[in-house]
Design a protein. Structure first.
Lengths: 349, 349
């Protein structure tokens, strides 16, 4: 059996609960597909920070680097100042492991209800390719004369030719492999002219290599509108780190809610481990109550399997989730949902 | 009769068509309220730029400054490089006249259909107070090694204590005068830590003067989600220039579409004229066909009247629009909609 060396970072809030179910499903699918999973858990997040002041020690980063992939629950707790864990742990992982593709499918599964009237399953099938390592997330900026009436706080979006090109290339390759073969760049190039121009030029240049892909552009404000009024308009979207953050939460909302939205932080080169996590946060208000929906984490496990080349196992997990979603009715606990999906995986093995 | 000296900038695309209807309604309401309107039209936009290379000459800026208010249609045309007119004309007006409040009501009128299932008229009544003069719109940033594999493009959000405080104060004052008295700051303070911290500190400080206002915070990604899943959650929102741009287009989408979304670019001090414009763009694809909905412009005229202290006239325009929206059925031309609303205004005078 081929062994997947998996690092597990449950994190904060509901993170541990949803990750447990993700692992349950991973374990159910691995045997039948000739896979073995070896997990190492890393205790990172709010508790660790309170105890030691550490967010992500270099030693942990090095150990994580030795794994095939990372499964992450959720990061963030109201007891920790805003930004400390997000930047010191989550973004540090994304940046250190060059997760330049933040892959976020927005798909409405049959049986799942959407807040949009008159929108059906076939109308929502968007693959958002969000840049993951730069843009407004770079952490550049600063503050002068803090706390005075003359304070100035800046926040700088940093966009490099290398950083933009690699994610644009990935997006074109994905678009070329989908039936509709359409790629939309989402930005705000009429205001953010320097960054927007680099994105536009890069898309136009790479487009020459993909004559079969239809290329489109949409301002981020209009894109937010179209997610609600005409989601059919989009196939693959490539966008900047911050715009991607906003439109994928919106995407989760139209595709059945944040409980179903999966993501992969990919380093397509394979030089560093990729990291898979639900789009939702740590939801401290419902933590420890068995209320969280683990589906987003389970779908993230499918992305993980796919990324590691186990596409049949990935498809099986996705089919099990789809079958479960089509028949959900009574409220269930986190564990019940995980077990229901794990059982379907086992049945079909 | 009191005279309103109004500068009119029809602009590009459908701008002229919708502005004509706004003026029709303004004229219908002014007489009965003892108002006279004196308009001066300014020919600015794509045509002017093609002919002379000018976006907004200093002389025009000075003349505009002598008016009581500005009514603007729409700016932007595909024949002009992206950003030229937006930055050289629209943003130059907002910045020069210190339109630090970009006021954008998101209201679902009775009879108007929303793409959201199960959401009724009372569920959507949000007042977005968008900052209008700084943030990522500042135009700061640049490009190095352009066109090379080592290119770096930056885009800097500039936030000043003065700039943030004045819009936050305005938002609190508005929130204190609404039945629900709730103010939500929308930002992304866990990532954009410098700017986010300034916004947070400013809101907390001003909140001390408004103990009757409930203060809330929401990350912009979550806010985008809640616009779709729980719009009831919001009363007044105060937010940065770019986040405000995105969520107000989303707001337009949930409140019946971009054809209905009005805005005021306010200089509350009265030192410079405020400017009123529909949220929609120039829509070159339907320009000149009489297809554009002038309602957003007409509602912007109501905001204009209200801003100039003619609140009864403003309320009358809004009532006429509400009555019209409640009974719309057959498709109408731009002019027919304008006339229908103007007639209702006249009837009730
Ligand atoms: C927690 C936060 C830093 C993160 C982000 O903004 O990327 C989250 O919202 C996400 O989308 O994964
Ligand atoms: C045209 C553009 C510069 C403008 C903006 O981004 O402010 C528009 O989208 C708006 O919302 O008024």
């Amino acid at each position: 059996a081929q062994t997947i060396r998996l690092a597990v970072v449950p994190g904060d809030g509901i993170g541990g609960e949803v990750v447990a179910e993700g692992l349950k499903v991973l374990s159910a699918v691995s045997g039948p597909h000739g896979l073995a999973v070896e997990t190492t858990e890393y205790d990172l997040g709010a508790k660790r920070w309170h105890a030691t002041g550490e967010t992500l020690p270099d030693s942990a980063l090095e150990e994580l680097a030795g794994h095939d992939a990372i499964l992450l629950g959720a990061i963030g707790d109201p007891s920790v100042p805003s930004g400390v864990l997000e930047r010191g742990l989550l973004l540090r992982l994304r940046f250190s492991f060059e997760h330049y593709v933040n892959l976020r499918p927005v798909r409405l599964y049959p049986g799942v209800s959407t807040p949009l009237a008159g929108v059906g399953t076939d109308d929502v099938d968007i693959l958002v390719v969000r840049e993951g390592t730069e843009g407004p997330y770079a952490g550049a900026g600063g503050v002068m004369r803090k706390g005075t009436p003359n304070e100035i706080a800046t926040q700088d979006s940093v966009n490099t030719a290398m950083g933009v090109e690699r994610v644009v290339r990935y997006a074109f390759a994905r678009a070329a492999n989908r039936p509709r073969r359409k790629l939309t760049l989402v930005h705000k190039d009429n205001v953010l002219v320097y960054a927007g121009d680099l994105w536009q030029r890069t898309v136009r240049r790479v487009a020459e290599e993909y004559p079969q892909v239809t290329v489109d552009y949409c301002h981020v404000d209009a894109a937010a509108m179209f997610f609600v009024t005409q989601p059919q308009r989009f196939d693959v979207i490539v966008t900047d780190n911050l715009f991607g953050d906003i439109i994928t939460d919106l995407g989760a909302a139209i595709a059945g809610g944040i409980g179903l939205a999966a993501s992969g932080n990919l380093n397509p080169s394979g030089r560093f481990p990729s990291m898979f996590e639900p789009v939702h946060g740590s939801a401290p208000d419902i933590a420890g109550q068995g209320k969280a929906d683990p589906t987003a984490t389970i779908l993230s496990v499918a992305l993980l399997l796919d990324h590691l080349g186990h596409d049949k196992a990935a498809a099986q997990v996705e089919r099990a989730v789809a079958a479960d979603l089509a028949e959900r009715s009574a409220p269930r606990t986190t564990a019940q949902t995980g077990e229901a999906i794990a059982e379907r995986v086992a049945e079909r093995a």
